[in-house]
Design a protein around this ligand. Structure first.
Ligand code: G1P
Length: 313
């Protein structure tokens, strides 16, 4: 059976403004490369027949299309979500690209450490993680190794199992049928067509969805989460870096095209392609592509694409 990966990537990234004014959220850097590059690296392990990136209209959509086109190493196609009607609506746009293949959905701002090749092989799985306060997530009720109910951002969650944004679905026909039903009926939760509601309908139709507890989950939803992801991913995967005239405190990621001089970098610094750094100290921070940092001390900062920071030390 063939496998299609769907990556919804049309979200506005409101909680990461102002960075998402210039850069689509999936292309913001974390641990040395775009969030989307981390996701693609992981889904590639499942050897999908096709990867469908759902993008929005306008400049952000164009940037994502250009990124996808440049990734000739992977079978990526883009589909358009014209209006921001919710995650469920976004997934529905991939319907004809998926056909009746198995589908693996990974949200475009979510990096997970999970054996995607195994999850994509059989059955239907929803990635979950136990959290202290699950009210800003989908929440799963689990009984005897099965998910018996799903609710989107409930005020009174039944459990602490948050839905992390990773879904492996065998019966894609029933998934798309459920999404289309929600769309036609005008069924909205919190104003949007929800993937969670379609999955809940699948459960009601007798579909077996099993929980998959995910250990590493980096949702990259806001600046703090982005910096947490940066730290954890550098801790796990950073490679040694050395630059003349630069004090490197590992782990760090410094793009080969970044021009860094007379500075102290790290720990947990990520310096993007074409960035320029002079006479600065950068710790626990992300400097995106093309940014300039001079005479500055950065600690827990995210510097946007092409942004210029000039301080006095
Ligand atoms: C979406 C899903 C939600 C899930 C979350 C994970 O919400 O609707 O069920 O828990 O992703 O990040 P969003 O973050 O898009 O509001």
């Amino acid at each position: 059976m063939s496998l299609v990966v769907v990556i919804p990537a049309a979200g506005a990234g409101t909680r990461l403004k102002p960075h998402t004014d210039t850069t689509p959220k999936p292309l913001l850097a974390v641990a040395g490369k775009p969030i989307l590059a981390h996701i693609l690296e992981r889904v590639a392990a499942a050897r999908p027949d096709r990867i469908v990136l759902v993008v929005g209209p306008g400049a952000h959509g164009d940037r994502l299309r250009a990124y996808a086109a440049a990734r000739r190493d992977l079978p990526i196609t883009c589909v358009l979500q014209e209006s921001p009607l919710g995650l469920g609506h976004s997934v529905l746009q991939a319907r004809s690209a998926v056909g009746n293949a198995r589908v693996l959905i990974v949200l475009g701002d979510t990096i997970v450490e999970a054996p995607l090749d195994r999850l994509a092989a059989e059955g239907s799985w929803i990635g979950v993680k136990e959290v202290d306060d699950p009210r800003r997530f989908g929440v799963a009720t689990v009984r005897d190794g099965r998910i018996t109910a799903l609710a989107e951002k409930p005020e009174r969650p039944e459990t602490n199992w948050a839905v992390v944004g990773l879904y492996a679905i065998r019966n894609s026909g029933l998934l798309f049928e459920s999404l289309e039903l929600l769309e036609r009926a005008g069924a909205r939760t919190r104003g949007e067509i929800q993937l969670t509601d379609a999955l809940q309908r699948m459960i009601e139709q007798g579909e077996e969805l099993r929980p998959f507890p995910v250990k590493g989950w980096y949702d990259c939803g806001n600046t703090e989460a982005l910096l947490d992801a940066n730290r954890a991913l550098l801790d796990a995967h950073a490679e040694p870096v050395s630059r003349e005239g630069v004090v490197v405190v590992p782990p760090v990621a410094v793009d080969a095209t970044a021009d860094v001089r007379d500075s102290e970098i790290g720990p947990h610094a990520s310096i993007g392609p074409g960035a320029t750094v002079r006479r600065s100290v950068i710790r626990h921070s992300i400097v995106n592509e093309g940014a300039t940092v001079e005479d500055a001390l950065l600690d827990h900062a995210v510097i946007g694409e092409n942004q210029v920071i000039r301080g006095s030390r």
